[in-house]
Design a protein around this ligand. Sequence first.
Ligand SMILES: [Ca+2]
Ligand SMILES: [Ca+2]
Ligand SMILES: [Ca+2]
Ligand SMILES: [Ca+2]
Length: 441
Amino acid sequence: MRYWLLKLLLVLSVGVAVPSFSGSLVVAWGANEFGECEIPATISGDAVAIKVGYYFSLAMSLDGSVVAWGRNDHGQCDVPASISNNTVAISCGSDHSMALLSDGSVVAWGLNSSGQCDVPASISNNAVAISGGLGHSAALLSDGSVVAWGLNSSGQCDVPDSITNAIAVASGNRHNVALCSDGNVVAWGRDDGQLDIPSSISNNAVMIGAGGNHNLALLSDESVVAWGWNQNGQLNIPQSVTSNAAAIGADGSSSWVVSLDERVIAWGINDNDQLDIPLSASSNVNAISINASHGLALVPDNDGDSMPDVWEINYGLNPFFNDAMGDVDFDGIVNLDEYAYGINPWKTDSDADGELDADEIAMGFNPADPHSRLNLRGVCDNNYQLTFMTITGKTFYLESRDSLVSGEWIERVGLKGTGTEINLIDPFMTSNRFYRVKVIN
Ligand SMILES: [Ca+2]
Ligand SMILES: [Ca+2]
Ligand SMILES: [Ca+2]
Ligand SMILES: [Ca+2]
């Protein structure tokens, strides 16, 4: 009963859609240059698959629909209406997207510079898995064969005849790797070492992953092997990964493992903070995908309040009760917004920079970053100099009055924010003068 009251309150007071109860959330981190980390509201609680492209994101929902967002310079986010609600799997390359439909057909869209979106007629309705590379695409067919199309600069589309019993395919930048039903792994295309299958695999592989120029395999003893290019340490499997892997993945120059105890361990390049996995995606993920630009994870949200289970448990909130509109630290920021801003729901100054979360949010600063703050300070010499940080797109007004408790605030100067710190000098300072900064959107 309490829940329904809260639900009603939600609808009436803020007019937002109440999250469904199917129980998963998409979490994003890393580069956000094209909005690739801004999860569309239309994916509320029912995503079942995610995939990162190069500065764009894909998600498939329980109803078989697909949403794409982020970089769209080649139409890679323009999901064709023809796929309707029939998708059963998604994949993408650097600049194109792919969907496997329930009838076994494949649809591809986005950059088609090398024919990577021209799905061969020979696939017909026989595909069971799909994979996107840099300028090529691949599909696993129901008879255990693999088809690859698009850019063939390194022979990445020349699938070896020996592959007749594949059960998985993964695409790198210019190579592909296939897992066969006998635990064998085959790779073809460009060779920076990624075609040299380690002898330790020896028919024991159960899962494969392909990065840009490297591969990962999970073996039946729950150990992991990596081979190929190691320019960014993508082959340097952390010591914490010791026969305790439940799942693996690779993309770009990144590699990751989900351990048997459900922790996420990732390594390789971190130039876009793509390895800075947020707390809510650090364990107990349903799916995870990381590449050269960013990361996405699908995480459980049992009570459908849009706050991940792991985050709620970490902060002592209830993962089985919708407490999104609660405000445990009474700072006016509801729990759901505390989660969205990446701050501590129990602290009123989460980043301990001396400025309250609520004030920082109101002014447009980042309440989770101690380097992002107004930082208003004054120096009194012959006149008074005020220094403070500005934000691009906001307008800042400096006001003063001669008494702290009474009198009218007089506007001294207004200026457009530049994203940098500015100095203002008040030449009319009297013996007592009080200042405030007003920020307008
Ligand atoms: Ca929740
Ligand atoms: Ca909750
Ligand atoms: Ca709060
Ligand atoms: Ca603060």
